[in-house]
Write a protein that binds this ligand. Structure first.
Ligand SMILES: [Zn+2]
Length: 289
């Protein structure tokens, strides 16, 4: 092994930074270590919720990395909890703007993991997977739930998706723990994406996850990263964490909300998409019948 470690085994072109790629591999291993610690702390009963900053590397696949992700800490956390602590029902909620194609690959046929993936319509953005008909295979059929949001979908669309799809699924699945990943990139001003969340929307997601985790005694691991606008990123991360932790942090939107986003104009499209997702899953979930 050379000084760059396993980097070149797991690199894709977009994972190749200028300078010292070996350090990226080291950082990727540290993120996995954080996830492991998070799982151990929760299972030891020391905390109900643990946040891993820099985590959520959901594009990394079983045998290769891509999309700025070398090793998939989301998948690692779930597998570690199932192997070391024998958990039988783990819910992963991916709220990043991009579909978690790596995480999906890990659990496509695994009935122990309910993978709910909320993202911008994959017809309009990398990685181009995560359409509603992708529902899992074999023993895992119905346990992969893709929720492709229309471009510019805002806070109201997200809220509706939680009420109509995510919360009913969580109640029926009864997870023993929830793992959420995703950072700032669904923000309307992100630059790399075309969704419409404001800080209030991020806070709402945190709060919804907190409420849902009541199903599993409050147990939740939050893997927070992503975001491609430096002026937005810290505010959006803080909004997610404030919602999740029920902290009263005054947060002011760092850039003015465009008029076109004051009302969620994508709601009719979102409602159509919700009906489509339910139709694909109604044979596998009582809550959608
Ligand atoms: Zn992303």
């Amino acid at each position: 092994m050379d000084e760059e470690g396993d980097f070149f085994q797991y690199q894709a072109l977009d994972n190749r930074p200028i300078g010292r790629p070996g350090k990226v591999e080291e950082a990727a291993r540290l993120v996995i270590g954080q996830a492991k610690l998070a799982a151990d702390l929760i299972q030891a009963g020391k905390f109900q919720k643990v946040i891993s900053i820099g985590g959520g590397l959901h594009h990394a696949k079983v045998a290769s990395g891509e999309g700025f992700c070398l090793y998939n800490d989301v998948a690692f956390t779930a597998v570690y909890l199932m192997e070391k602590y024998h958990l039988k029902r783990v819910m992963i909620l991916d709220t990043d703007a991009h579909a978690g194609n790596g995480t999906a690959e890990y659990f496509i046929s695994d009935p122990r993991v309910l993978f709910v993936d909320l993202h911008q319509d994959p017809g309009t953005i990398y990685p181009g997977t995560g359409f509603a008909p992708e529902i899992g295979t074999g023993a895992g059929i119905g346990k992969t739930v893709n929720i492709p949001l229309p471009v510019n979908a805002g806070n109201d669309s997200y809220k509706k998706v939680f009420e109509e799809i995510i919360e009913p699924l969580a109640k029926e699945f009864r997870p023993e723990i929830i793992i959420r990943n995703g950072g700032a990139d669904p923000h309307f001003n992100d630059g790399l994406t075309s969704l419409g969340l404001t800080l209030d929307g991020f806070k709402m997601i945190g709060r919804k996850v907190r409420d849902m985790a009541e199903i599993c005694g409050g147990k939740e691991i939050d893997l927070v990263a992503s975001g491609y606008h430096r002026g937005i990123l810290p505010y959006a991360w803080m909004a997610l964490i404030a919602g999740l932790g029920n902290f009263n942090v005054p947060l002011e939107e760092p850039s003015p909300i465009p008029h076109s986003l004051r009302i969620d104009s994508q709601m009719p499209e979102t409602l159509k998409m919700i009906a489509e997702v339910k139709a694909f899953h109604k044979d596998y979930w009582r809550c959608f019948r």
